[in-house]
Design a protein around this ligand. Structure first.
Ligand SMILES: [Zn+2]
Length: 329
């Protein structure tokens, strides 16, 4: 039977409720934090409060809510802290990730384990995160201490306008891990670039298109680009809500409407990617992790004329399909 793999174990995918398909509750350190300290998310009480806002807003659309915490390997995963946050919030489920961020986040890359290990050795470590449990030390040192917290999806990320050799190697490992375990691949594109290229790369590696979601692809506001992905059978994951520094939200509304009109309403996932403290309400922002169920989807239904059933797909049903898998390993 298909399951969704959460921090608290395998669950019926229909229990996920409203799903934020890409977000960040906890990030305990590592490269992104070095590049910009705004990425540090170590306050568990604040994370629980931010998640509580999300669950509360989700009530309009479902009984509960699920946040997919997209922090990948050696990028600041603090899975024990993350589990404590989930334990503190009634009605919250969390799916943890394995896989990789883009090369740049790993700073000086020559001594990174990705550079030194073979593709199969790297894939085996990702698979162990999914079928055994994520390393409490996040693959940051020689000792691996597995927790009982399993990853339920795999991240892959690429650079601005190119897929580096290092990223092609992680892409091969990610593809193997997905094929061996059944877990879905949820990606990061940088500033809207390489979305269709990511999908084609993974499909060429033998990954089924319905196992692939191309993340942050709303940063490319050209619906033609989105369609190059959905035509392949993969998902687009739209986030970056309320980032006026990039574009106002009506562009996101129009993107959703265009994709719905073209018949791709079952291949859209929503997130907010509020991966910096300054993007979260508990740190003072006016918008946060709850933005889709609190603001964006009510807007679609109440003010933009989008059918409530279509919005239910965006928030609930599509993610219940995408994050479900028959465990193979
Ligand atoms: Zn993110």
């Amino acid at each position: 039977m298909a399951i969704a793999r959460t921090i608290h174990g395998d669950v019926d995918p229909s229990t996920l409720g409203v799903v934020n398909a890409h977000d960040h509750l906890i990030r305990v350190g590592a490269g992104e934090v070095y590049l910009d300290p705004d990425h540090l998310l170590i306050d568990e009480d604040k994370a629980a409060q931010e998640a509580t806002y999300f669950v509360a807003a989700s009530k309009r659309f479902a009984a509960g809510g699920t946040i997919v915490d997209m922090c990948p390997a050696s990028s600041g995963r603090g899975v024990l802290a993350l589990k404590r946050v989930v334990d503190a919030v009634e009605g919250l489920q969390v799916i943890a990730a394995t896989g990789f961020h883009q090369q740049k986040v790993y700073l000086e890359w020559r001594q990174s384990w990705v550079n030194q290990y073979t593709v199969n050795e790297i894939a085996d470590l990702l698979i162990a995160d999914i079928v055994e449990g994520i390393d409490a030390n996040d693959y940051m040192g020689p000792l691996v201490k597995r927790t009982d917290i399993k990853a339920g999806c795999i991240k892959w990320a690429t650079a601005y306008g190119k897929i580096t050799d290092w990223e092609a190697k992680t892409g091969q490992a990610v593809a193997i891990a997905s094929k061996e375990t059944g877990a879905p691949i949820n990606t990061h594109v940088t500033a809207g670039t390489c979305g269709p290229e990511q999908a084609r790369f993974l499909i060429d590696q033998g990954v089924a298109p319905e196992k692939i979601a191309i993340g942050h692809i709303q940063r490319n506001w050209d619906p033609w680009v989105q369609e190059q992905i959905t035509k392949l059978g993969a998902y687009v994951e739209l986030d970056g809500t309320n980032r006026i520094k990039y574009v106002p939200d009506n562009a996101r509304v129009n993107l959703v409407k265009t994709l719905l009109d073209k018949g791709y309403g079952k291949q859209i996932l929503l997130g907010t990617d509020s991966g910096k403290a300054s993007y979260q309400k508990v740190y003072g922002s006016v918008s946060g992790i709850d933005y889709d169920p609190a603001v964006f989807c009510p807007r679609l239904v109440d003010d933009e004329g989008v059918a409530p059933e279509a919005v239910q797909d965006l928030l609930v049903n599509n993610a219940a399909t995408f994050f479900a898998f028959d465990p193979l390993g």
